[in-house]
Design a protein around this ligand. Sequence first.
Ligand code: ATP
Ligand code: MG
Length: 417
Amino acid sequence: MENGLSRKMSKARILIVEDEWIIAANLRSTLEGLGYEVTSVVLSGEDAIIHAEAENPGIVLMDIKLRGDMDGVEAADTIKALYDIPVVYLTSNTDDATFERAVDTDSFGYLVKPFEKMELKYAIEMALYKHKTENVIKEKTRQLEELNNNLEMRVKEEIAKGLQKEHLLIHQSKLVSMGEMMVAISHQWRQPLNVIGLLVQDLEEAYEFGEISRDYVTDMTRDSMAQLNLMSKTITDFRDFFKPSGDRSHFSVKAAIEECISLIKLQYENNQIYVEFVAQNVNVGARALSDSPRMSEITIFGYPEEYKQVVLNLITNARDAIREKRRRDFFSQGYRGEILITLADLKNSVIVSVKDNGTGIPAGVIDRIFEPYFTTKEDGIGIGLYMSKIIVENHMGGKLYVDSSENGVRFTVEIMK
Ligand SMILES: Nc1ncnc2c1ncn2[C@@H]1O[C@H](COP(=O)(O)OP(=O)(O)OP(=O)(O)O)[C@@H](O)[C@H]1O
Ligand SMILES: [Mg+2]
């Protein structure tokens, strides 16, 4: 059998704590006869502690009843706790109560006096073996704990990496939306630029015909400034739209959607794509209540700028689907593109859906549209929906889902109140 007892016996160094000197002397000679080294023989618990520290024996043989204030159990506890030295008790049948205490404590063995030489040898070897095994287990437990901590760190690191990736994607998707915004701005500016162009031409003609009066200059200045203000407002709107979301706040869903629509409306209408916005207060019935002041009071708690980005992503995708349908299908070339945005105020949630009459999404594709970098578009990156899902579900605790038919697609954003 491969265990501590069958292997070659140890030459352990032993401290004897025994107040009856005849027993102590006997014990010493028996132990030395067995090949052990006795470091000292002491009579009291206090001395036992002092010698244990000074001599660092491999094992202590401890009589339970000792001279002095401290008994063997107390001394053994201290020695085990301070110096991690195993203790084997020597007891006599007479002191039952103390013996019970000794057994209760974390003992390494005990011998009832009088004992045989071989009993003594096995008790010592067992104690040494048990102590060694305990230390191995302690070490293994420590290693396991370390491994666990490392694993925890690895998991944390991976999560941090994931977050970093998410931030990168948010940044990327912001850049994409900014590209969209540049186009929107240029559309918004076309009209005021035209007007200013006309005013400047008129100025030249008025000069030639001698019509420039004080009133003329006042009118001209006022009209030009009105157009310039309009242009400047577009830029302000644009900048506000991309203001980084600070903290979470309560914001009006209706206002957020209207802001998105105002940025793209003109540009879309130039392409015969019409955006309609209907707000319904389901609690009051199915009437369209877009103009009801109550709808403006519907707020959700979250990041307004990110929320607008989601809505804008969905609108942009709807537009692309309509364009794609025109491109693919000859008979659809001039068809009227429609994007219907619905805001519904439910008891526990606010639901916004964006529905289009574009291509629809084929069955084989629909399961993949929320994956990062999945796109069916030549110039697409494929992060719009992935980002939108992260924003809605991870950042705002809501849901984003899709239904598709051959008539088009509807995306729904549900945020809990
Ligand atoms: N309204 C829609 N109608 C039809 N297909 C859609 C619609 N919305 C999304 N899809 C499909 O889902 C895919 C992924 O959309 P997503 O917004 O994530 O990326 P993208 O629009 O291709 O690129 P980008 O990163 O520029 O937004 C699209 O390529 C398209 O195939
Ligand atoms: Mg997109």
